[in-house]
Each structure stands twice: as structure tokens, then as C-alpha cells.
Design a protein around this ligand. Structure first.
Ligand code: PLP
Length: 361
């Protein structure tokens, strides 16, 4: 029997295309770097697979642009980033030194940000002399040593020369929030006078001004084009093919649970992405898709693989509609769905055909 002919390897037209502009990413990193003094280092947070955009690629282009400090949430992520960027830059792990992580921390040369006395003991016992940092809680009550704990171990911890002492702001996206100044003051109380590099600010903190910069900043969302970095260049574009279009008569309904009813003779496009691709169900009847500058309302329920869009006013049936594009940022889409840009990005699905633009630094 002859084998079946090979499947054609042309670009898929049945799945959405996610285009990631690496030049915009690098421009955002440079702009955030320029927002602090020349003596302040600018790192890059690439946790959650680089906010959904591929941590390896993101870290590789940012390393080529000059980033020397990367941050991930967990050691496994650090291993993947190390494989992508090679031996030079530091890869810091926010969750610190967890049980079972020792071999990864050692082999991938990760720098755990130690969060507790338990972690400090684990680190000193398992990997004497291996680089580490210390994370302090200054009010967020999520990660890091409390003040009393820190003062009890500071002398011994500092004697082992940590690479970094850091904390994290809870409200930096709101410059008016009094918690910002309170955390700054607490960070100073815990760390003034030590001779270890200090870091307090993510994207929001960078924009709060120089008092918040210390020696190293840790932007994440701003690199990927999200708020609160309003001057960010957009990094992602998401274009979804139209599977079919149909005429719907007044009184007819569209989609699961019949939540949308046509009030006029309407043209409805069915496009090929749904909540399994990260277009969360909360977008139902609320978000918009775009055909160039023209908005088209998402109507009815978002389903697993498909959404339905009212394209009556377009007077054409396009090949595809955009849901992330110059007219609609991750934050605009997030607003429509009652969430934040971070969640839109990190939910971007695995079925998209991904295209990376630029990135030759
Ligand atoms: C996620 C995170 C960052 C990056 O925050 P953005 O708001 O995305 O810039 C920095 N530091 C810590 C501890 C984080 O958890």
C-alpha cells in the first residue's frame, strides 16, 4: 500500500494569528530604562512564559539589548530561560528556594530570592556559597521576610553577601495611593545602610519617580505594552479568521443560551477563537473586534472555539477580524471583560499561529 500524501505545510488559515513585535518590546525596555538614572540597572520580568509571549524569545532579545537581570516566578521557568539565554545574565526566582528546587537552582545557576528564615536555612545548608537574594515584605503581605524576621537574620544573611535585597509595591499602578510612600519608607527602614544592591520597583514603581528606583528596577507589563506604562508601544496583534458569515433575521438569536437577538436584518461573522484560546467568557456581548478602524461588536456568548460578531455595518465579509490591534490594546480589551491587561496576555492560547517580528538587536 502506498502511504498517504504528506499534509501541505502552508500557513494555517483555520487558527488565529498572534503577531509579537520584538522591536516594540525592546523599545519599551529601553524607554523604561531611560526613565531612571543611568546608574540604575533595568531588569526584565519574564515570568509566566514572558507574560504569555515566550520567555525564551523575550529574554534572548532583551539580553541582546543589554538586560543583565531577569526575573521568573519559579525555578522551572528559570531553567527554560537559562537554556535560551546562556550563561551570562542573572536569573532571579521570586519564589525563592523551595523544597526540591536545589538541583535546578544549582545546575541552571539561578538566584533564589529568599523569602523566609526556613528558605535561608535550606539555601545555606544545600548550596553554601551559591548566589541568593533576599525578598522583604514591606506591606503587601504576599512574599518576603517580615521586618522582625529580617532583623533577626540580617547579620548572618548579609555576611553571605546577597546579590540583591528587594521588595514589591502593592499599589504602584495608582500614583496617588498612600501605600506607595508607606512601603518606600518601610523599605528604607529595613535596608538603609546595607551595601547590597536594592530593588523596589516594577513597571508602576519606575513611573513613581527616582525615590523608588534604588539600584535595579524590575519591569514586566510595561515591556509587553501594558498599563500603567501609557507610553508603551503595542507588542501584540491578534487576528482571527472568519469561518463563515450568515444573514440573521429580526427576532432570530445567536449563540448559546440565545443571549443576543437580532433587531434588524444582520450579518453575523463566526470567527475562529474562543475561551479555550484565552478570549474569556466574560467578553460575551461586551467586547469588540476590529476591521481596520471599524469596530464590530462581539455578540452572544463566547464559546470554546468560536465567537460571533455583528459585521452588518461593514458591508463586506473580511477574511479576518482583529481583537488586539492598534485600535484595541490589551488594556482596552481587558476593560471590556472586567479584567486587566496582565490576564489578557497571560491567557493567550496555545492554538494561535505565532509570528515574531523584528528582534535583531
Ligand atoms: C510580576 C512582578 C514584577 C513585574 O511587575 P509588572 O507590574 O508586570 O511590571 C516585579 N516584581 C515582582 C515581585 C513581581 O511579582
Amino acid at each position: 500500500m502506498t502511504p498517504p500524501p504528506p499534509l501541505p505545510k502552508t500557513a494555517a488559515m483555520g487558527t488565529a494569528t498572534l503577531t509579537i513585535d520584538l522591536d516594540a518590546l525592546v523599545a519599551n525596555w529601553r524607554a523604561l530604562d531611560a526613565a531612571s538614572a543611568g546608574s540604575v540597572m533595568t531588569g526584565a520580568v519574564v515570568k509566566a512564559d514572558g507574560y504569555g509571549l515566550d520567555a525564551g524569545r523575550v529574554a534572548t532579545v532583551l539580553a541582546a539589548a543589554g538586560a543583565r537581570q531577569f526575573f521568573v516566578a519559579a525555578a522551572e521557568e528559570g531553567v527554560a530561560v537559562r537554556q535560551a539565554i546562556g550563561p551570562g545574565p542573572a536569573i532571579n526566582v521570586f519564589s525563592g528556594h523551595m523544597p526540591g528546587d536545589t538541583a535546578m537552582i544549582e545546575q541552571a545557576r539561578l538566584t533564589p530570592m529568599i523569602n523566609s528564615t526556613d528558605q535561608l536555612t535550606r539555601h545555606f545548608e544545600a548550596l553554601t556559597g551559591h548566589p541568593f537574594g533576599v525578598q522583604l515584605d514591606t506591606g503587601m503581605n504576599r512574599l518576603g521576610m517580615e521586618a522582625d524576621e529580617w532583623f533577626a537574620v540580617a547579620e548572618i544573611a548579609l555576611s553571605q553577601r546577597p546579590k540583591l535585597v528587594m521588595s514589591h509595591l502593592a499599589c504602584a499602578d495608582d500614583p496617588e495611593h498612600p501605600e506607595n510612600a508607606a512601603q518606600l519608607k518601610e523599605f528604607q527602614r529595613l535596608t538603609d545602610g546595607i551595601s547590597v544592591p536594592r530593588s523596589l520597583s516594577a513597571t508602576g514603581g519606575i513611573l513613581l519617580g527616582r525615590d523608588y528606583h534604588f539600584n535595579l528596577t524590575r519591569p514586566g507589563i510595561g515591556l509587553y505594552g501594558g498599563l500603567p506604562f501609557e507610553a508603551a508601544r503595542q507588542v501584540v496583534r491578534l487576528s482571527i479568521p472568519v469561518v463563515q458569515a450568515r444573514m440573521v433575521l429580526p427576532g432570530e438569536t445567536v449563540g448559546y443560551s440565545c443571549t443576543w437577538t437580532a433587531e434588524r436584518e444582520s450579518v453575523v461573522a463566526t470567527v475562529a477563537a474562543g475561551y479555550a484560546d484565552g478570549l474569556i467568557r466574560a467578553m460575551s456581548d461586551r467586547a469588540q473586534l476590529w476591521h481596520g478602524p471599524e469596530p464590530c461588536p462581539l455578540i452572544g456568548r463566547v464559546s470554546m472555539d468560536l465567537i460571533t460578531v455583528d459585521i452588518t455595518d461593514l458591508n463586506v465579509v473580511p477574511d479576518a477580524l482583529d481583537i488586539l490591534c492598534p485600535a484595541q490594546s490589551v488594556d482596552t480589551l481587558a476593560d471590556a471583560a472586567g479584567t486587566i491587561g496582565y490576564e489578557i496576555l497571560t491567557s493567550l492560547g496555545g492554538r494561535y499561529a505565532r509570528t515574531y517580528l523584528g528582534g535583531a538587536v
